[in-house]
Design a protein around this ligand. Structure first.
Ligand code: NAP
Ligand code: G4F
Length: 365
């Protein structure tokens, strides 16, 4: 029988890739989306199929991490074999402006999910989207044994969720695992995260639609990987016999400045002509350097990222050029075709977008 999965945050970068991956593995996929007055399912439209048609395997339900009631109903009714808890207020800078809201969604939202599982009595596997932000000022490289020292309300909220996941595993025997993921990016990355902000600006500058790019701290160093590879890692974490925690990252570090150099020079531009500083993008406390030591994931999960930093930048710039109505330079698309042939087949097992209801995803009310 096909496995059933429930995804929170299915409309986000990782949630949409996870839905695609699971559909390609013949899962029945249920996702929780927030009620909004406008559609926010753009990242999913291409894998959606009218739920009234035979063979539909992707189902969306309204719910919100700030309310446990609906989460309990859904877990009880869907009875998923696997739960990928990816929903969160995920922006670090925003968490300084909205610390209480971030705590409610990113921290307590996890407790609501874990309690709903415990009370339902359903046997399921739970994945918690933990973050390298939890390491904060701990010196790199960071692995599963590195002591945490978060430097933002977001990092603190994720750390609470991390320990709640461990506590429900130890206290109630739940299969509950943390993936401690370092930054992962893609053409589906939200536009206000630094990588996408840069690659989108490059495309808009080439298109003549933008003159300047305002950024904050250019010295911060991150371990940036390619998001589709990371959702495969999440899936592998839940295929283990025992619940456990894993760090996923590339092991390579690059500064925001290096990202700028790579992205602008790929499009034949000099970044220093366009980039300006706006202090509003600085954080009261910064995380200076994150570098993953993911030896454990390599050995236990046989997980190894294939896309390098330069390749990631090219994939994202090519995609943003195309999104701006310009031809891609082409290197990024070649990399995807050569290294990711199978990933491009992900959505071949679901119906084309033309079968959407009114051209859009329909939610099960
Ligand atoms: P993302 O693109 O920001 O997606 C976040 C998702 O959470 C969206 O679907 C969003 O829905 C949903 N959400 C936010 N608040 C919610 C609420 N109150 N109720 C229900 N859903 C809510 O994030 P991502 O990059 O895919 O990351 C996925 C998860 O991994 C997040 O938990 C993030 O914190 C964590 N993480 C990410 C990275 C990374 O580098 N990407 C690294 C480590 C950990 P809307 O579409 O309606 O906003
Ligand atoms: O792209 P960022 O906003 O990502 P950040 O803060 O590392 O958080 C992301 O990765 C975490 C994993 O480590 C996730 F848990 C989290 O959900 C999120 O996905 O910022 C990266 C760096 C920071 O040091 C920031 O100060 O870029 C610097 N930066 C410089 N100028 C900027 C900007 N960041 C943003 N968002 N916008 C700027 O203008």
């Amino acid at each position: 029988m096909a496995k059933r999965a429930l995804i929170t945050g299915i409309t986000g970068q990782d949630g949409s890739y996870m839905a695609e991956l699971l559909l390609s593995k013949d899962y029945e996929v249920h996702g929780i989306i927030r009620r909004a007055s406008t559609f926010n399912t753009q990242r999913l439209d291409h894998v959606y199929n009218d739920p009234h048609k035979p063979g539909a395997r992707l189902f969306l339900h309204f719910g919100d991490l700030s309310s446990g009631e609906q989460l309990s109903n859904l877990i009880y009714n869907v009875e998923p074999n696997e739960i990928y808890h990816l929903g969160a207020q995920s922006h670090v800078r925003v968490s300084f402006d909205m610390p209480e809201y971030t705590g409610d969604t990113t921290a307590l939202g996890t407790t609501r999910m874990l309690e709903a599982i415990r009370r339902s009595g359903i046997r399921t596997k739970f994945y918690q989207a933990s973050s390298s932000e939890m390491f904060g000022s701990a010196p790199p490289p960071q692995n599963e044994s590195t002591p945490f020292h978060p430097r933002s309300p977001y990092g603190a909220a994720k750390l609470y969720s991390y320990w709640m996941t461990v506590n429900y595993r130890e206290g109630y025997g739940l299969f509950a695992s943390n993936g401690i993921l370092f930054n992962h990016e893609s053409p589906r990355r939200g536009e206000t995260f630094v990588t996408r902000k840069i690659t989108r600006a490059v495309a808009h500058i080439v298109a003549g639609k933008q003159q300047d790019l305002y950024l904050g701290n250019l010295d911060a160093k991150r371990d940036w990987g390619y998001a589709p590879e990371y959702v495969e890692g999440m899936w592998r974490i839940l295929q283990q016999e025992d619940a456990s925690d894993f760090v996923l990252g590339t092991g390579e570090e690059h500064s925001v400045r290096e990202f700028l150099e790579e992205a602008f020079s790929y499009a034949g531009l000099d970044w220093e002509r366009y980039v300006k500083t706006d202090p509003k993008y600085l954080r009261p406390t910064e995380v200076d350097c994150l570098i993953a030591d993911c030896a454990r994931a390599r050995h236990r999960l046989a997980w190894e990222p294939r896309i390098t930093f330069t390749e990631l930048v090219r994939i994202m710039v090519d995609a943003d050029l195309e999104a701006a109505g310009l031809p891609a330079i082409g290197e990024g698309n070649k990399i995807l075709a050569s290294k990711f042939h199978s990933w491009h087949q992900w959505n071949s097992s679901v119906s084309p977008a033309s079968q959407l209801v009114d051209g859009r995803v329909r939610v099960m009310e």
